[in-house]
Design a protein around this ligand. Structure first.
Ligand SMILES: O=P(O)(O)O[C@H]1O[C@H](CO)[C@@H](O)[C@H]1O
Ligand code: HPA
Length: 271
């Protein structure tokens, strides 16, 4: 895999002059953030050697390079999910490329169901920690020491200094947010009511089908992570109606204004 990552990274370096240190992964319905990126240079995933292709509605499938407030960034408009049938190594492949490309900080976002009853659809949640309920780990297999250690530490999976900075930015802008634990499952089914009760008992405030694999690999590679969930619906058993991905994307788009404002101003501070 190392030589593939080098090949992909070399392609990107030849294709763009941008050399960002900050990357952003955009969750379902949150892709509009790219509208706030200046001097954009876009590359379709299908044109990038060794890159998987996104198959989910609300996930376009492009790397978008450019600037936010003069700071160079690269955004993944569209991510890969385990439920799409990709191997964990494929789901997380972009993280390996990001590291090789020089990325030091990752802002990861997602749409998620709120299992914490104090949340509402549209709530933005700063991720304090996560629970891996995928039943597997993206690092299973032989370790390549060129990437990271066999037994990576996850003490500060979501860096405290980045969370403090995000809180300061939100407070200055008057953006309301909650803080909580994200639990990632394989999907693609939304949870049963019993699963939501079990996950809540385990400490989950929000439940989704992504993020955990990418953040695990980012930590392994030594990339600092900040995570934001957009609560698009209350989880099963709390919600008053059945879930649909159309509603998820719709609510994420509506919460997008605050989300974009928050992320843009975070980038300006960390860049
Ligand atoms: O986590 P993101 O990609 O934002 O999307 C969330 O929304 C989809 C379900 O509606 C799932 O893919 C879930 O993980
Ligand atoms: O309720 C949910 N469960 C899992 N993933 C999700 N993504 C958006 N909403 C949800």
């Amino acid at each position: 895999m190392y030589s593939k990552v080098v090949e992909t990274t070399n392609f990107l370096k030849e294709t763009t002059e941008y050399r960002p240190k900050v990357a952003i992964v955009l969750g379902s319905g949150l892709g509009n953030l790219v509208d706030f990126i200046d001097e954009k240079m876009e590359i379709d995933y299908s044109d990038i050697p060794n890159f998987p292709v996104s198959t989910v509605a609300g996930h376009d499938g492009k790397l978008v390079f450019g600037k936010i407030g003069g700071i160079e960034v690269v955004a993944m408009k569209g991510r890969f999910h385990f439920y799409e049938g990709y191997e964990m190594k494929e789901v997380t492949y972009p993280m390996y490329v990001m590291k090789q490309f020089g990325i030091e900080k990752l802002i990861v976002s997602n749409a998620a169901g709120g299992s914490n009853k104090t949340y509402d659809p549209g709530t933005l949640m700063l991720i304090t920690d996560h629970i891996n309920a995928f039943g597997t780990n993206p690092l299973i297999g032989k370790n390549d020491d060129r990437f990271g250690p066999r037994f990576p530490d996850m003490t500060e999976a979501y860096k405290i200094y980045l969370r403090d900075l995000a809180k300061e930015v939100a407070d200055n802008l008057g953006i309301a947010y909650k803080e909580g634990v994200y639990l990632g499952t394989t999907g693609p089914t939304y949870e049963t009511g019993a699963e939501v009760r079990a996950f809540t008992g385990m400490g989950a405030d929000a439940i989704g089908m992504s993020t955990v694999p990418e953040v695990t690999i980012a930590n392994y590679l030594g990339i600092d992570v900040l995570g934001i969930s957009c609560i698009t619906n209350m989880a099963t058993g709390i919600a008053e109606k059945a879930h649909s991905h159309e509603d998820v994307v719709d609510v994420a788009k509506k919460a997008g204004e605050n989300f974009c404002n928050w992320v843009i101003n975070i980038v300006k501070k960390i860049g």
